[in-house]
Design a protein around this ligand. Structure first.
Ligand SMILES: [Zn+2]
Length: 299
């Protein structure tokens, strides 16, 4: 299964720009432990592979670069860029109580040991280990406390904290609470929204949400009423999606403004949560969802 996607930069321009500017910075100021969370694991993996490519490219990291590292990563044959799942490790475990590979339930301690041994040998490349799960057909699945259990995480904790140089770990999951907190606290977390397939328009919401971060806390009720009006005359999910589209557009043109960037990244997550709440069966009361959202968005 190939997961590299040439158009990941178009799908997630804000996230990719963040990594491009971090990696091109002389101090390479991105964390060596990254956690991507959200509903779409395949997109997370595409982003992870793009980060791996940017870290390893021998040239400037341009999209169509054909240097050997970029070529290997696009073909997923790079010796130092690996997708680790419970199924992608076929060597026999050293402990008799380890699960057999067939029906193997989790990334186990023998995998952890193998990773530690491997990292003990120096590498000419920037190593990127992407941790997630997959099924037998290669469909990517999120990490959770079953497939990435505490015993494995603990065996690797010191490595995550102080990896050898030029090593990056990336964890893919649906929710931060699905990974043990000692790993989460060592990682820089990024919420990755589902790929918005409809379109990138936001004309329905633009009047109402324009420069919302400048809205005064005293005006939150008016802000809420305006959104509620939109929701009452449209499908709530479309309104939430358009709000996210607007936020993505703002991120795209403001990725150098760190304060605004983090604010909007955070708000994108709140909107995703609201979208989920109105899709539940039974759905949460829409008014309550909108009220909670507005009070979180307007400080
Ligand atoms: Zn390259």
């Amino acid at each position: 299964m190939l997961y590299y996607n040439n158009s990941v930069e178009e799908k997630y321009p804000d996230v990719i720009k963040y990594f491009q500017s971090g990696i091109n910075n002389p101090d390479k100021n991105i964390s060596h432990c990254l956690l991507f969370w959200g509903p779409d694991i395949t997109s997370q993996c595409e982003i992870a592979l793009e980060v791996a490519r940017l870290l390893n490219c021998e040239k400037e990291g341009e999209k169509h670069c054909e240097c050997l590292n970029c070529k290997w990563i696009k073909e997923q044959t790079h010796p130092a860029v690996k997708i680790y799942t419970r199924l992608d490790f076929k060597e026999a475990g050293e402990n008799s109580d380890d699960e057999k590979t067939t029906g193997k339930k989790n990334i186990d301690k023998s995998q952890a040991k193998a990773i530690i041994n491997e990292l003990g040998i120096s590498s000419d490349y920037h190593r990127v280990y992407i941790f997630c799960d997959r099924d037998e057909d290669g469909n990517l699945l999120p990490l959770n406390k079953v497939n990435f259990p505490e015993v494995t995480s603990n065996a690797l904790l010191k490595t995550f904290e102080e990896p050898p140089q030029n090593t990056t770990f990336i964890f893919l999951t649906n929710d931060k609470t699905d990974i043990i907190s000692t790993v989460v606290s060592r990682a820089q977390a990024f919420f990755i929204p589902a790929k918005i397939k409809e379109d990138f328009s936001y004309e329905l919401v633009e009047n109402c949400i324009k420069n919302y971060w400048q809205t005064n806390r005293n005006d939150v009720l008016e802000f809420e009423n305006n959104i509620m009006e939109l929701i009452n005359s449209n499908n709530p999910k479309i309104i939430f999606t358009q709000i996210q589209n607007y936020m993505s557009a703002i991120l795209k043109s403001n990725f150098n403004n760190k304060v605004l960037y983090y604010r909007i990244m955070r708000d994108l997550k709140y909107v995703e949560e609201a979208k989920r709440q109105v899709s539940l069966t039974p759905a949460m009361n829409t008014q309550t969802v909108v009220e909670n959202l507005c009070f979180k968005m307007i400080l």
